[in-house]
Design a protein around this ligand. Structure first.
Ligand SMILES: [Zn+2]
Length: 320
């Protein structure tokens, strides 16, 4: 396997190694779509095992579903993975975003029901959980998908382009809901290597248009949705009494989602994603198109001039 040196002087050394958590940690929360109370447990995992979900409520030994773009079975309103036997886990993307952003590569995730709890609709509670469990560098290099040539997917006026880059994932995201909604048009640039995910992205909540809420509920979705976990947008404002956490919270949440969806490839990325009005469905289509073209990417080991890694210094890891 080829190895690649990251170019940025900003890159922190813990980006060069695989990572898990030190201790198991659990929380309870409501499933956005099922409305069920669900227990979530995060556990350490060995090198090169990746991110594995388990449903503990399935009879027998439970259901095991690897976080993998091939296991994505539904992208309506969230990213849902399945084992092909009818056992699904929905709303994985915000947890996957937090895991990706912290550089965690190996983790066992147990859920007691059909989805990951929505908590406050952002990835901030997952960041808190993972940091509370402690982050542990592992004795094996980080692997990444290096984009080698431009790949574009388009659908109904939306598009995504992946481009080669010398740094970890850059995302250039634009949303445009037109002048009749409060959101209008927003644009944001994010770099996994040099931006501050915890401060600038992790608190951005999921959102929906007030005009679409009834239609979503009629599909049997969003049973657990409330103003505690979803921003509900009207033409003039949001219905949530506390208002927005960021002026451009909507596009920041789209970046949060994309960071989670890209990690469904199984690896972080060395490349740039330009996204226009994209969502979970197009994110998945774009990853499939990229990975299906053997000339468009290669798997590399990330290094930086063999700089020594301080394995005992966890204090500086992923602190905002
Ligand atoms: Zn989301």
């Amino acid at each position: 396997m080829a190895s690649i040196d990251l170019q940025s002087s900003e890159v922190i050394e813990d980006r060069l190694r695989q990572k898990t958590i030190c201790n198991s940690i659990s929380c309870y929360g409501i499933g956005l779509h099922s409305g069920l109370k669900i227990k979530l447990t995060l556990k350490p995992s060995d090198v090169d095992t990746g991110i594995i979900f388990y449903r503990t409520d399935i009879a027998g030994n439970g259901a095991c579903i690897k976080a993998d773009y091939n296991n994505v079975v539904d992208t309506r309103l969230c990213t849902c993975i399945g084992d092909g036997k009818g056992n699904n886990i929905a709303t994985v993307e915000h947890l996957m975003s937090a895991i990706h952003a912290l550089g965690i590569t190996n983790l066992r995730i147990e859920v007691s029901g059909p989805e990951v709890p929505i908590l406050d609709g952002s990835s901030s509670p997952f960041i808190f959980l993972l940091n509370s469990a402690g982050l542990k560098l592992q004795d094996s290099p980080l692997k990444a998908i290096k984009v080698k040539k431009s790949i574009t997917v388009e659908e109904n006026g939306s598009y995504i382009t992946f481009l080669p880059s010398s740094s970890l994932l850059n995302i250039d995201f634009t949303i445009d809901y037109g002048s009749s909604t409060f959101i209008v048009k927003q644009h944001y640039l994010f770099s996994l290597e040099s931006s501050n995910y915890i401060r600038d992205i992790s608190s951005a909540r999921t959102f929906g248009l007030a005009s679409e809420v009834e239609q979503i509920k009629s599909l049997g979705l969003a049973k657990g949705g409330s103003l505690d976990n979803v921003l509900v947008v009207t033409n003039e404002d949001v219905l949530n009494p506390e208002g927005l956490r960021y002026e451009d919270e909507f596009v920041r949440h789209k970046i949060l989602d994309a960071i989670g969806d890209i990690f469904m490839s199984g690896y972080t990325m060395i490349g740039t994603m330009i996204a226009y009005k994209s969502g979970h469905r197009l994110n998945n289509i774009a990853i499939r198109k990229l990975l299906s073209d053997k000339d468009a990417w290669e798997l590399v080991e990330v290094s930086k001039n063999n700089h020594p890694i301080i394995l005992s210094d966890y204090s500086k890891l992923a602190i905002a």
